[in-house]
Design a protein. Structure first.
Length: 277
C-alpha cells in the first residue's frame, strides 16, 4: 500500500517556514538522446525542490561536485576521492556530473534562471515565467499511485505531452514545465527523445539553496546559449582551440581530424528547445 502524503495541508496551511524552504521533493529520471549517435537513450537523475513561490530543479550528484569545487577544502577532498579511485583502478569511483542543468523558478518575481554548459563553457540566462498554453485532455494515467490527467502543449519548437496530479496542488514540474493545476509527474516530447518521469515524492523542509559557483557562469540570452551549444557540437575541437589555443597550443587528434563528425546533426537529435535555428 503506497503511503499517501497530505499535500493540501502541506502547501496551503500557514506554517512558519521561509520562502527558501521546500515543501516537496520529487525525484525524476530524465531521458535524452546520445548526441554522438542520436539513438542511445541516456538518463540522468534530477530532483525538484519546491514550495508555492520558488523551486529548484537540479542533479544532486552534480550539485555535490559543485559544492566541493566551491571551497579549497572541498577541492582537496575531490582530488583525494579521484586519486583513490584511480589508484584502485576504479574509474567509476571518480565523481562525474550527472546532468548539468539547474533551473531556478521564482514565481513571486515571475523569473526563471537557467544554468547549463556548452562544451567547456558555462552559461546562465534569465527569462520571464510566461503562462504555458496547455490543452487538458480526457486521458488519465496512474503514476506513483496518483491519478494523473494528460495535457499537451507546444513550447519552443517541441510538442509536449504531460501528466499532472490534481491531488498534489503544486503548479510545477521538471525542467521548465509548469502551469497545470497539479504537479507534473511525467512529460514527454513528441518522438520520445526527451522525457521526465517521476520516481519518488516526499514532503521535505530542505532549503532551496543558491547554485554553487554561480559567478562562473557567463550571462547570455537563451537563443545565444542554444547557438553556443550547437556551435560546440558542430565543431568541438575548433571551439576548444579558439578558446584555449593561445594558452597551451592547438589540440588535435592523432590523425588530424577535428572531430566535426563526432556528434550527429540537429536533424537527427536536437536540444530540448529547437527554436534557435
Amino acid at each position: 500500500m503506497k503511503k499517501r502524503i497530505i499535500f493540501i495541508a502541506l502547501c496551503f496551511i500557514a506554517i512558519a517556514v521561509t520562502a527558501q524552504t521546500a515543501h516537496i521533493e520529487v525525484c525524476y529520471v530524465a531521458h535524452h538522446p546520445n548526441l554522438t549517435d542520436g539513438k542511445t537513450d541516456l538518463t540522468n537523475k534530477y530532483i525538484l525542490l519546491a514550495n508555492i513561490t520558488e523551486s529548484k530543479f537540479y542533479s544532486p550528484i552534480t550539485e555535490y561536485i559543485d559544492s566541493l569545487s566551491s571551497t579549497p577544502e572541498g577541492k582537496t577532498k575531490l582530488t583525494e576521492i579521484s586519486r583513490a579511485a584511480l589508484n584502485a583502478d576504479n574509474l567509476d569511483g571518480i565523481p562525474k556530473p550527472d546532468g548539468t542543468i539547474y533551473v531556478i523558478k521564482s514565481f513571486a518575481n515571475n523569473k526563471l534562471t537557467y544554468y547549463d554548459t556548452a562544451g567547456l563553457e558555462k552559461f546562465t540566462y534569465v527569462e520571464l515565467i510566461t503562462p504555458w498554453k496547455w490543452e487538458i485532455c480526457d486521458s488519465t494515467n496512474i503514476i506513483l499511485g496518483y491519478e494523473c490527467i494528460m495535457a499537451i502543449t507546444d513550447y519552443h519548437g517541441r510538442k509536449w505531452t504531460a501528466w499532472f496530479a490534481p491531488e498534489i496542488p503544486v503548479q510545477n514540474g521538471p525542467w521548465k514545465l509548469d502551469g497545470l493545476p497539479g504537479l507534473i509527474l511525467k512529460a514527454q516530447a513528441e518522438g520520445g527523445q526527451y522525457s521526465f518521469i517521476a520516481t519518488g515524492i516526499q514532503q521535505t523542509t530542505k532549503p532551496i539553496s543558491p547554485v554553487y559557483l554561480a559567478n562562473d557562469y557567463e550571462h547570455i540570452t537563451r537563443i545565444n546559449y542554444l547557438k553556443a551549444k550547437r556551435s560546440f557540437i558542430d565543431n568541438p575541437l575548433g571551439k576548444i582551440n579558439a578558446q584555449y589555443g593561445n594558452a597551451g597550443g592547438i589540440i588535435s587528434t592523432n590523425d588530424g581530424d577535428d572531430l566535426k563528425d563526432l556528434y550527429v546533426p540537429a536533424s537527427v537529435a536536437d536540444f530540448l528547445e529547437t527554436d534557435y535555428h
